[in-house]
Design a binder for this molecule. Sequence first.
Ligand code: SF4
Length: 582
Amino acid sequence: MKLLRINMTDGSVKEQSVPAEYQGLGGRALTSAIVAAEVPPTCAPLGPNNKLILAPGLLGGTSAACSGRLSAGGKSPLTGTIKESNAGGTAAQHLSRLEIAAIVVEGQPTNSALQVLHITSRGAELVPADKLKRKGNYKTVETLFAQHGQKCSIISIGQGGEMKLATATIAVTDPENRPTRHCGRGGLGAVMGSKGLKAVVIDAAGGKRPASADAQAFSAAAKTFAEELKKNAVTATTLPTYGTNALTNVINQAGALPTRNFTSGYFEGAEKISGETQRQTIIERDGLPRHACHPGCVIECSRIYNTKKKEYLTKGPEYETVWAHGADCGISSLDDIAQMDRLEDDIGVDTIEIGATLAVAMEAGVAKFGDGKAAIRMVKEIGRGTPLGRILGCGAEVTGKVFGVWRVPTVKGQSMPAYDPRAVQGMGVTYATSTMGADHTIGYSIAPNILKIGGDLDPLKTEGQVEASRNLQVATAMLDSAGLCLFVAFAVLDSPKAFGAIRDMLNARYGWKLSDDDVLAIGGKTLVKERAFNKAAGFGPADDRLPEFCYTEPLPPHNTVFKVTDQELDQLFKPLEEKYSS
Ligand code: SF4
């Protein structure tokens, strides 16, 4: 396996064997290790000393189900912390087939020219791409597929990344060659834009599926893993039927669906935007109610959403997107939400952050809650780069400051997602202590609190929440490093056989002899490394807190506040730091 080092200062492209200190790492473990070792913690995220790392996971390119995640890492312009954000699509599998463990993009050009990195089995080169300036992701990939062939995969930025907006994403193309999968959180698209890199085109022709040290053992473990995913109720039935938006009704009924900028946990329009309504709409319009974001996914939670004229509009939209533009903005039109999802995928901005930002703007009176057309107009302003658009494109915290709103739902500068921490205390623990700013995917406490998977906690009580969040954060960092989709966690939390299959796949692929503890240590060590980076960047205990309103404004309908104490939050990482600090 090799690293590709792309120096955007002098335009050089160099191949390097994976250095000893990075061997045995993949996905998030690798991106975070490179950032921790090579990026000065106090550097400017959009300056020449930051780096952008793109890495498939340890199981990337293999036949393991749901193993096609691509991790993007760097210092975040949104949070100032270390950041890893991952997405599906076909790029990670293609990189693994070319034996590329990571692409490290470093330096910065002195002019505003754009480049495309073209990777084939014969090598890699930077090619000028000024003709793609200010093009959205859809036009960008259409142009590049026409030029390089439809069998490539493409990683790209839209106008958001070029404008270096703090919410900018990195798009990855799906099996239908659409830029629908996004490394969404933390503004890493702006880091890619700051390097002048518009896209990476990967042509894996001539590459091959990575060989395993023990091919027979690998295929037996991969078979067991897929079987476990097909047995679990969430991964076998709920997600394939309703997608992630199965959660709208569930979380609303739990009184935890943040509504109108986090002023209630119940949205009266939830049914209209629910997964059940979405499925029916998709079927009526000849869309796809079930879809895989990359080959080899056996869950297929993705969907294709068509317009009333039965023409393709966008993927999903996913639960978090539906919530952010729906309940949080008081909007109950699925079509308005889907239109914003399409616009934001094209511009390349984070749908969670932008939805939460629109809600903050609505609280300030920029538009009325519930006005879907006004929300669409605001999203279009982001794409055009108007003064208002640039403010919104920098996220909820900047927008709150500009418009004088104090109820800004952020931790370390990043918007809280679709679960109010006052009604699900465990999510508050994860939001507060995450190494990346508020993020549900870092430690999905909804599993034991609401879905009763991997434990049974009372969501309104504090007991057991810190320990559960810690364990979930460790397990998630391990899955992110293996390149596995987070949704496999439902089966892994429920069945020791599924966890054992991951251990066995890793051992068979690399000839390792990892125990269960060793597998979890991949996650634990990664978290400790990330936290050390953040400390060196200036973050301390006072940053591991929720916004003030979560402690002072009771949330209807439960009328509860966040009650986990500062002392409890400060204990979360102690056992991990004692165990894994080297
Ligand atoms: S479960 Fe959904 S997000 Fe995960 S790999 Fe499959 S389609 Fe992609």
